[in-house]
Design a binder for this molecule. Sequence first.
Ligand code: ATP
Length: 451
Amino acid sequence: MAKLEEVVALAKRRGFVYPGSEIYGGLKGFWDYGPLGVELKNNIKSAWWNEMVYGRDDVVGIDAAIIMNPKVWEVSGHTEAFTDPLVECKKCHKRFREDHVEERKKIHKKIRYKTKGVSNITLTNEDKYYLFCSDGVSHEFTEPRVFNLLTEVFLGVTEPKQKTYLRGEVTQGVFVNFKNILDSTSMKVPFGIAQIGKAFRNEITPGNFTYRTREFEQMELEYFIKPDEQQAEKTFEYWKKERMDWYISLGMTKENLRFRKHGKDERAHYAKFAEDIEYKAPFGWSEFEGIHHRGDWDLGRHKLSYKDDETGKEYTPWVIETSGGVDRSTLFFLIDAYYKAKDRVVLRLHPRLAPYKVAVFPLLANKPKLVEKARKVFGKLRLSFHSTWDDRGNIGKRYYAQDEIGTPWCVTIDFKTLDDDTVTVRDRDTTKQERVNITKLIAYFDERLKT
Ligand code: ATP
């Protein structure tokens, strides 16, 4: 398993993720995606959209505004119940989410055991993360206090300004458009509405790189069904499987994934029942997608209903939701793909997710005929695939540089190319090379991208 620090270092060095507003010291809980990070994230989002919208007859997409009438958040229950209870360490005054304390205590105990009787101990960064105080001893906390996670914004120029919120989840944008979708499309229950977009939470303890941030993206499906417990159970199980299979189909290691059922006391205010998809991260099993049975909570609160054309019956549909985090998926795809071979680092990203599909090299940068031919091949390939060019250093170094950013194929134009129009294609994972005719290159990569 890749160490988090190694992935963070690679992400910065190669342009996947940078600390947000870094030249001014950054801002806790905010990150910027660099040239490769934005590609990886976009590829994840478009793979999701392809699967959830283009691949289905029963789902349509929307893109709702981030800022909505504040009534949305009052009615949805978020101004009242979108909260995290926090406790404060009485010694160092650091605050922790109450629901994280028990788990930390267990790990803390292990660290104490490990270091018992040793005065001069070295703690790893991971160990340190679980310490409550710098001396690693204190266990005394204040009573929990409740903090609302919604981020307030103030609109207008004259006082009093209008107070509203940056959306705390993309979901509500779907519910407030439920009637619009019914009126403007031919969708009939059961059907779903998909959305990808930014959400904001005033997290008290952002951390673990891009895992817990204050600005993040969600990719969500709200699937509307008849109010029927059996139907709900079936739909819930169906989406659980679909979502888990999707991560595996894009290369995530099965053994690093699991479902975890929410206990009654940890369910969100809207959920009838809920399960998370968790990844075995370097910092422990961690949620990155939730499947929620929201019942009629939201449509009911917004006083929205549905009329069945056939029976003429009016009812409030129930909702099964799949709510995934784009940033958490991006992080876990990166961690899962990170592989350290003897002398090289390889990001074994699924080719569909890789920022570049193909890198094109002239064997020698100082041979104009090779460069000219390579430029031609590059020009053709980049019309079909996001491709990159490299003519620095020797071929071996170029291969390693591409391995490290996950480029699945490298194409080299050499002297043989000038004679017979074939190039060398080198595969990132096997490092095997084969000769392919230039006219067949596009079909060659197309076929491999489909599998
Ligand atoms: P957590 O318990 O970790 O705070 P949650 O259960 O509140 O998460 P949901 O409200 O179910 O999360 O949100 C759905 C998804 O949105 C999460 O599975 C996660 O991928 C993403 N998400 C939620 N909060 C954050 C955050 N602060 N930073 C990054 N992604 C987030």
